[in-house]
Every structure is written in C-alpha cells, then in structure tokens.
Design a protein around this ligand. Structure first.
Ligand code: MG
Ligand code: MG
Length: 253
C-alpha cells in the first residue's frame, strides 16, 4: 500500500476477498431464488444466515453500529437502502433490494441486487435495468490508470440519461479488512478527476437510483432510508478488483 493512494491488495489478499465474494454471490443466488409473493423479509435474512454458516463465513452486517440486527438489508419499493428484515410480507408487483456481505479469513465482500416479486410494472423493470446498467458502466471504467471520478461519472451518465436520479448522500466505498474503508466512491462525478486506480485496488460500487426525487429520509428505527416523495428506488452493488487484466467482479460467481 502506497501512502496517499487507494490500498493495493496482494494476490493472497485478493484470493481471500474472492472467497468472501463467492459467499455473498451465493447469498444473492439463494435469496433471489426464494423471492415470491408471500415471503417475509425475515425469511430472506434466514436464508442469508444459512449460507454464511454453511460456508463458515461471518456477517459484516450483523451488529454494525452496535445495533444492526440482521445479515442482510431488505429494502422494498420506496425503501432505498438499510431496510431491516422483519415481518413485512412481499406482494406481487413489489421490488426488493437485498444487500449483504460476508467475512472470510478476515476479508470482506459486499454486494446488493434489486429484483421484482411476481410480476412487476414496466416502470419498475426499467428502474432495475437502468440501475444495473449504471453499475456495469461504472465497472467498465475500473482499469489501471483510470480515475475514481470515472466511476461516478459513468453511473450519473447512465442514470440521468434515462431520466432517473442518483440518490443524494450515499456512496460506495473501499473494502478490505473492514467493510467500509476509504475512499468514498460517489455515484456522481467528473471523469479524469480523483485518485488514479491501480491494479490491486478493491472498491464496492453501489448506485442507488430513484424515480422521483434524489432526497431521502431516515425512519424512526434510525436505519431505514426511504425516498422523500415515496416513489420507488433501486440499488445494485458489487465488490470489484482493479487488475491488469481488467475489472474483476469478486461478488459474482
Ligand atoms: Mg457497500
Ligand atoms: Mg452493500
């Protein structure tokens, strides 16, 4: 690691992060397969716990800030991020963002997806697709010699080009031996600005996209982030390594 730059992970460290990422990918796969009208968000959390325990991994969500009670965040419809799993029953036509992470051998993975429950509206499908496309565009910029600002610029260009908005006030982050490390990875920005990316950098990139307003509010549970106007939002995230062979998505099998 060079002073002042984004930390560079060794081959061994990347291998451990790849193992953590694979567990996160399996949590995604299993929760996604379980999505159906009638399931509760607490059941999704239970599935996440089963994967962690089967893989001998631990949760980097449980106990965050001393209070977070679950291994996933489950954020339906107007909830942007940080929804706490509970007795909420998902209904046909809902969308749900599932965000989760894992620790393996001290190294972290973190990723999120948004999916529909049953049959969803064309507008909801488009919201999810645009969010995924913005993440793909951001990942494509993550090559040695690129800049941190290229990532946010790519997200912003796709989202605003589709007439949607980037949620204010929340960013991606560096990730390694803690889930949240420097630098912040904004979802807006100017290309060519910010620190240079180098092989071995690992970042969690996570566009949060809303239909209506970029403004949010936090509910009385001090966690749940909702859009201020109640319109729906989507979230997609991967943990990505910058390598000489191009971006490597660690949280995808
Ligand atoms: Mg994250
Ligand atoms: Mg996450």
């Amino acid at each position: 690691m060079k002073l002042g730059g984004i930390p560079r992970r060794s081959a061994d460290q990347l291998a451990a992060m790849r193992r953590a990422g694979r567990v996160v990918a399996e949590m995604h796969e299993r929760t996604r397969a379980a999505l159906r009208p009638g399931i509760t968000t607490a059941e999704l959390d239970r599935i996440g716990r089963q994967v962690l325990s089967r893989r001998g991994a631990t949760s980097n969500f449980l106990g965050v800030n001393g209070t977070y009670p679950a291994v996933i965040c489950a954020s339906p419809n107007e909830v942007v991020v940080h929804g706490i799993p509970g007795d909420r029953v998902l209904a046909d036509g809902d969308i749900i963002s599932v965000d989760c992470g894992a620790i393996v051998d001290g190294w972290h993975g973190d990723a999120a997806y948004t999916a529909g429950v049953g049959t969803i509206s064309a507008g909801a499908q488009r919201l999810i697709k645009v969010t995924e496309r913005s993440l793909d565009a951001a990942i494509a910029t993550m090559v040695p010699g690129g800049h941190l600002g290229d990532i946010g610029h790519a997200v912003q260009t796709v989202v605003e080009g589709a007439g949607l908005c980037v949620v204010d006030g929340y960013t991606g982050h560096g990730i390694g031996q803690a889930m949240h490390e420097a630098p912040a990875v904004p979802n807006v920005g100017e290309s060519g600005r910010g620190p240079r990316l180098r092989a071995g950098n690992v970042l969690a990139v996570e566009p949060m996209v809303a239909v209506g307003t970029p403004e949010t509010d936090v509910l009385d549970d001090d966690w749940t982030v909702v859009t201020l106007d109640g319109t729906w939002a989507a979230h997609a995230e991967h943990t990505i390594a910058v390598t000489d062979a191009g971006p490597e998505i660690l949280t995808r099998v």
